[in-house]
Design a protein. Structure first.
Ligand code: NAD
Ligand code: DAU
Length: 359
């Protein structure tokens, strides 16, 4: 086995933040396998593109021959599986890609990992890890007084995206239980930070606020998410990979529940402050629109297990993380322009043209 980790989906939001963090702090080389869907962006990784410890391969996790040749050639000691279709609204408009990548793709990756792992010598088999990056959405939706999701909360996924991630979690669990593949699963709450594609709430609102466009808030804006800065999530993934107990799942969250409307108002105020006010405060751009079908009301994570066992806790506060994030989008206009052309405009038109403003 070589000192290499295989990261899937490494050109996406979390994957690229994870690779940059890893290359800064760790010795092991990184092999990044990414299909480069609309969400994959190699510009994120420009600073490591020529590093001898980094290799990028364009390919699909559902393509077993690609996986087999990568395992044969690079002999990784771990897999960090973050490739996925990740946007809930897209899964509602077209679930098929979610089933193909998140379920069939994870299955293909597990099968090829198992075939490779079974041929390793006894010591390498023990040292090998397969870390599956998953989400809190597998647990469904909380009522206002419910305790946060723990690792033993029953699965109750509500969107096609959440169902496809739940299915992939179950496959990972089964590969540990049946074949003894040394797996780890992390279930994380909502991330925000640099490189997030502006289809998700926070970067979409920053982008629209900067450009004086309407800020579409679904329903009554009172849905709650538990926000975590992406750098903290990447630290947690590295921690679990290095020290997590095999076969365990770890919930990761920010201890930071906020209502969507509060998030959007905060962004308006920071953009007003950093970019200068328009004729009136950007809060006047807030537009309540038709709700997301099946919209989960509240997510919150109980992240005590990872703290107790591995000593991980988020470092960033929401106040510092959101300011950093707005500043990054302001300073990286070229990145934003690169991802908001062609197919992005088409998505925004499809998603929001049928959204009816609510008075
Ligand atoms: P993203 O959509 O930004 O990136 C996904 C990446 O996967 C892209 O680079 C894309 O090109 C790649 N990809 C998609 N299909 C592929 C395929 N078939 N083969 C190879 N590569 C493929 O997603 P993200 O927000 O960075 O999420 C990464 C992972 O973290 C996902 O598994 C997601 O479910 C999970 N997660 C995300 C969040 C969040 O808030 N964003 C929170 C918890 C968990
Ligand atoms: O909880 C973890 C999950 O967080 C990840 O698994 C997903 O990959 C990630 O996309 C995210 O899912 P959400 O659906 O919670 O994130 P999103 O940014 O799409 O929406 C956050 C909240 O904001 C949600 O309640 C819907 C609302 N929203 C979103 C958009 C895009 C709006 O009100 N208006 C919008 O235009």
């Amino acid at each position: 086995m070589d000192n290499t980790i295989l990261v899937t989906g490494g050109a996406g939001f979390i994957g690229s933040n994870f690779i940059l963090r890893w290359m800064e702090r760790e010795v092991a080389a990184v092999l990044n396998l990414d299909k480069l869907t609309y969400a994959g962006n190699l510009h994120n990784l420009a600073s490591v593109a020529h590093d001898r410890r980094y290799e990028f391969v364009e390919g699909d996790i559902a393509d077993r021959s690609v996986l087999r040749s990568l395992f044969d050639r690079r002999k990784p000691r771990s897999v960090v599986h973050s490739a996925a279709e990740s946007h809930v609204d897209r899964s509602i408009r077209g679930p098929e890609d979610f089933i193909r990548t998140n379920i069939d793709g994870t299955f293909a990756l597990l099968e090829e990992t198992r075939a490779y792992w079974e041929k390793l010598n006894a010591k390498d088999r023990v040292d090998f890890r397969f870390l599956h990056v998953s989400t809190d959405e597998v647990y469904g939706s909380l009522g206002p007084a419910d305790p946060p999701f723990s690792e033993t909360t029953p699965y109750a996924p509500n969107s096609p995206y959440a169902a496809s991630k739940a299915a992939s979690d179950h496959l990972v669990r089964a590969y540990k239980h049946t074949y003894d593949l040394p797996t780890l699963t992390t279930n994380c709450s909502n991330n925000y930070g640099r490189f997030q594609f502006p289809e998700k709430l926070i970067p979409l609102m920053i982008f629209n606020a900067l450009n004086g466009k309407p800020l579409p808030v679904y329903g009554d804006g009172q849905n709650v998410r538990d926000w975590l800065y992406v750098g903290d999530h990447c630290d947690a993934i590295a921690t679990v990979l290095q020290r997590g107990r095999v076969g365990q799942t770890y919930n990761i969250g920010g201890w930071n529940e906020k209502r969507n409307l509060e998030i959007v108002e905060t962004i308006c105020d920071i953009v007003d402050e950093m970019a200068g006010k328009l004729a009136s405060s950007r809060r006047s751009l807030i537009t309540f629109v038709t709700d997301r079908p099946g919209h989960d009301r509240r997510y919150a994570m109980d992240a005590r297990k990872i703290e107790r066992e591995l000593g991980w806790r988020p470092k960033e506060t929401f106040d510092s993380g959101i300011r950093k994030t707005v500043k990054w989008y302001l300073e990286n206009d070229e990145w934003v322009r690169g991802v908001t052309s062609g197919s992005y405009r088409k998505w925004i038109e499809t998603q929001y043209s049928s959204s009816v403003p609510r008075k």
